[in-house]
Design a binder for this molecule. Structure first.
Ligand code: ADP
Ligand code: MG
Length: 323
């Protein structure tokens, strides 16, 4: 079993953060008053499935007392109809019939319609828990019938403390700078953090530099360095992006995220002169970076939340800007 599964919370006090959602679910349990549809909305690996399963088990006061389907594999109207039939006729042996539909955004339009129909009839003691990372792909008609529970990304401290806890439980000695590094690069996802920890453990490395190599997170520092040292030469930057980034199967979003992280790290290094405060594996070539230019770039990258190819084209204009 993977560490992520092994350490899936079995009770409320084991859940990291997500206080607001946990509070609501606990209130519903206390009052024994349930909505018929809950929609868990969050980025990957922050506790949607975990909370849905935990809540379901608590409602029926029995572990695994729910039916779970993965809409990414069963997305047809037919699959929903079978589910709906179960909901309206057969008993599954517990007080409440609970259906967890994971990755619900993957349902076909017809499947959503079937689902809607049963929501409208709202059979007694039947509860649906829908999970999704993609709010926009869930029809408004579904959303308007759901209690929406938004989960946040896990904070770096939350990630770090959970990873540390897992290491302690497993009797593993992983240095704190590695745990901090993993927390920084997990982008708020606990599953991602735990699986990175697992990679480092199974590679048997103990120092930060080797851990960084093991995790090798994509666009290399060399390429990013080339980008930031050529900010005045738009066509050169474009060429680097085409040849070294898009051609290596990275998308605009990867580029933006990596560049943002890299520039942050380079600035941290510039102001502290300490590589250990950064996620950099080398500081070679950083002596003649222009901090003012980088600060401006970072500010703009930070404001640029949604990135697609059109926005990327706009991004190149930034590189060319005069001081
Ligand atoms: N809030 C959390 N508290 C504790 N562990 C969590 C939390 N969120 C995620 N995890 C860990 O990450 C794994 C995947 O979480 P999961 O709930 O399946 O994420 P998703 O939001 O993608 O459904 C869990 O098995 C657990 O180990
Ligand atoms: Mg999930």
């Amino acid at each position: 079993m993977s560490l992520a599964n092994k350490y899936r919370p079995k009770d409320w006090d084991d859940v990291i953060e997500q206080k607001y959602a946990v509070q609501i679910l606990q209130n519903h349990l206390m009052n024994k008053k349930f909505n018929s549809v809950y929609l868990f909305l969050a980025p990957a690996g922050v506790g949607k499935t975990t909370l849905a399963r935990l809540f379901a088990s608590k409602i029926n006061n029995a572990p695994d007392s729910y039916v779970e389907i993965d809409a990414a594999s069963y997305n047809s109207a037919e699959a929903m109809r079978t589910l709906v039939e179960n909901a309206s006729t057969g008993s599954i042996g517990y007080e409440y019939k609970i259906f967890i539909i994971d990755e619900v955004h993957a349902l076909s339009t017809q499947a959503f319609q079937v689902l809607l129909k049963i929501f409208e009839e709202s059979p007694k003691k039947t509860i649906f828990m829908l999970c999704t990372t993609e709010y926009k792909k869930v029809p408004d008609t579904i959303k308007s019938r759901s209690l929406i529970l938004k989960l946040a990304k896990i904070t770096n401290k939350g990630l770090h403390d959970r990873l540390k806890y897992i290491c302690e439980k497993e009797g593993l000695n992983v240095s704190d700078d590695i745990l901090t590094y993993i927390s920084n690069v997990a982008h708020g996802g606990l599953r991602s953090g735990i699986s990175k920890l697992e990679q480092v453990i199974s590679a048997g490395v103990t120092d930060l530099a080797s851990a960084k190599k093991v995790l090798d997170l994509g666009i290399s520092e060399d390429v990013l360095l080339e980008v930031i040292t050529n900010l005045d030469d738009c066509s050169k930057v474009l060429r680097i992006v085409e040849d070294e980034i898009y051609a290596q199967c990275f998308g605009p979003e990867d580029f933006k995220v990596s560049l943002q992280q890299y520039v942050t790290d380079v600035l941290k290094y510039y102001y502290t002169n300490e590589i250990r405060y950064t996620n950099l594996s080398s500081v070679e070539g950083l002596n003649n970076v222009d901090p003012i230019k980088l600060r401006k770039l970072l500010k703009k990258l930070t404001f640029m939340n949604v990135v697609n190819k059109e926005i990327m084209d706009g991004l190149f204009i930034l590189f060319n800007e005069e001081e």
